[in-house]
Design a binder for this molecule. Structure first.
Ligand SMILES: O=C(O)CCC(=O)C(=O)O
Ligand SMILES: [Fe+2]
Length: 273
């Protein structure tokens, strides 16, 4: 199986950056073939094609005219399928959080001109609920791997991060308080919002406890749409809110290593009780 990436493992500096900053940005990390294959997988399946082909008039009549969002993203195509256990991804996970983790779920979205902003947030779902299982699990790793096959410019649907914000305890936190200066001592640095800019074929590997947000896409953006896919891995433990059911055909075709990544219970109503 061919890797989608130009690298096979992270450097010691990158692993240190992950622990210090809560993320690693990898500009133009995909091979040309990998990037093109992923773009094809994301744009050529029926649902995405239908969204991209909507006329202006049809778009205005739709519920969410600017963003096409799918979770879980199971109709992945061959390149996107390879991403799940690409040797670089597995090496990154092993080097940053150790060997005990599972595939949680995936999502994808296509954002067209006019798509709104997303405010600073965390995605560690065990932090967002008062259930005892969450209080027990909230210090475990929840890793988001963000793929941007056609990249983004600053001020145009860019990802923004707050480096070091994964070190701040979550209780009663708001984005305003996080950036007010009150949390700097706990984080051991000045917490600031940083607007990223990444070329096509990029990836960002994040600890989901780190605050991040998204800029709006201007109506006159030179890029007609931005492609985004995400794979999420969770440290071994009970399901998170979106831990997906693994399609039977994925399990049937999985290598023994991949089957290990998939062998965990999905989230179902009542599974925490
Ligand atoms: O669209 C993006 O760049 C990031 C989206 C995000 O924050 C997420 O999927 O959790
Ligand atoms: Fe997020």
């Amino acid at each position: 199986m061919k890797s989608l990436f130009r690298r096979s493992e992270p450097s010691a500096e990158e692993v240190a950056a992950f622990h210090r900053d809560g993320y690693i940005a990898y500009p133009d990390i995909m091979t040309d073939q990998g990037r093109q294959g992923l773009i094809e997988d994301m744009t050529q399946w029926d649902q995405a094609r239908r969204f991209l082909a909507l006329s202006e008039q049809e778009r205005q009549a739709a519920d969410n005219p600017d963003v096409f969002f799918v979770r879980p993203w199971d109709q992945r195509g061959p390149w996107a399928d390879r991403l799940i256990d690409d040797e670089f991804i597995i090496a990154l996970l092993d080097a940053t959080i150790g060997p005990h983790y599972h595939f949680c779920h995936s999502a994808m979205n296509v954002a067209r001109r006019g798509a709104g902003a997303g405010q600073l947030h965390q995605d560690h779902h065990h932090w967002n609920h008062g259930h005892p299982v969450n209080l027990d699990q909230r210090d475990k790793y929840y890793i988001q791997i963000l793929y941007y096959p056609n990249g983004f410019k600053r001020g145009d649907r860019n990802l923004a991060v707050v480096p070091g914000s994964h070190k701040v305890a979550p209780l009663e936190m708001t984005p305003e308080r996080l950036l007010s200066g009150q949390c700097d001592a706990e984080a051991g640095r000045k917490l600031e919002r940083l607007e990223l800019e990444l070329p096509p074929g990029s990836m960002v590997y994040i600890n989901a406890r780190m605050y991040h947000g998204i800029a709006a896409k201007p109506v006159d953006s030179p890029q007609p749409y931005r492609l985004f896919a995400i794979d999420i891995f969770k440290e071994a433990g009970p399901p998170h809110r979106y831990t997906q059911e693994i399609p039977a055909e994925w399990l049937a075709q999985a290598t023994p290593h991949r089957r290990m990544l998939f062998e965990r219970p999905p989230y179902v109503e009542g599974c925490w009780d």
